[in-house]
Design a protein around this ligand. Structure first.
Ligand code: C5P
Length: 207
């Protein structure tokens, strides 16, 4: 059976956490689409032109261990504003979404552009301060030298670029359920998402 879960939202809102919980609970394949843009951004920092970096992206590129740095986050959101880069990544994402056995994709434009007919759509968000605090904890735990104020500024800049671009801007699909995780822990946000997907899955099985 085909069943697609689209999870969108801004940086550090909990999309990845929620997507992994859904994938584990229902046995769906999971694609973190941000990693595709990060891998393209990384290659651009290495000197490859953006459209070439996207159209020749290989599996190994998304497995690199250095894709979660602030420098790569910035580069990813810069290349993500280029229509040629986005276009080069569409087909791979749609094929992934259409696989048998169910798929969950998280990103910025999954429910609006990549899979507008996804069976379940969530827009996961949280206050800027909550998101900056979480990202700062992650970065410092990974050994990066970061201040919370700098992380907040990076998040604001990235949100503005992602929401303000002409092509596939970050926006909740009109039929997405909004999940605000500002005051939720991992178990609470996961439980909300699982309940939503369970309801949609039951609806599809009845139909
Ligand atoms: O989700 P993550 O923070 O890893 O994404 C990195 C960047 O990739 C985002 O800031 C955004 O610019 C871009 N992106 C996108 N569309 C997606 C996923 C990520 O434009 N579906």
């Amino acid at each position: 059976m085909k069943f697609t879960v689209a999870i969108d939202g801004p940086a550090a809102a909990g999309k990845g956490t929620v997507a992994r919980a859904v994938a584990a609970e229902f046995g769906f394949a999971h694609l973190d689409t941000g990693l595709l843009y990060r891998a393209v951004g990384r290659r651009v920092l290495d000197g490859v032109p953006p459209e070439t970096a996207a159209s020749t992206l290989r599996h190994d590129d998304v497995l690199r261990g250095d894709l979660r740095t602030p420098e790569v986050s910035r580069a990813a959101s810069e290349v993500a504003a280029l229509p040629g880069v986005r276009q080069a990544l569409v087909e791979y994402q749609r094929e992934f979404a259409g696989r048998d056995g169910g798929a969950v994709l998280d990103g910025r434009d999954i429910g609006t552009v990549i899979c507008p007919s996804a069976e379940a759509k969530l827009f996961v968000t949280a206050s800027e301060v909550a998101r900056a605090h979480r990202r700062w904890l992650e970065l410092t735990a990974a050994g990066h030298d970061a201040t919370e104020a700098r992380v907040l500024e990076d998040i604001r800049n990235r949100d503005a670029r992602d929401a303000g671009r002409r092509d596939a801007p970050m926006i909740a699909a009109s039929d997405a359920v909004i999940l605000d995780t500002s005051d939720l822990d991992v178990d609470e946000m996961s439980a909300f998402a699982l309940a939503e997907v369970r309801t949609r899955l039951a609806g599809k099985q009845r139909a």
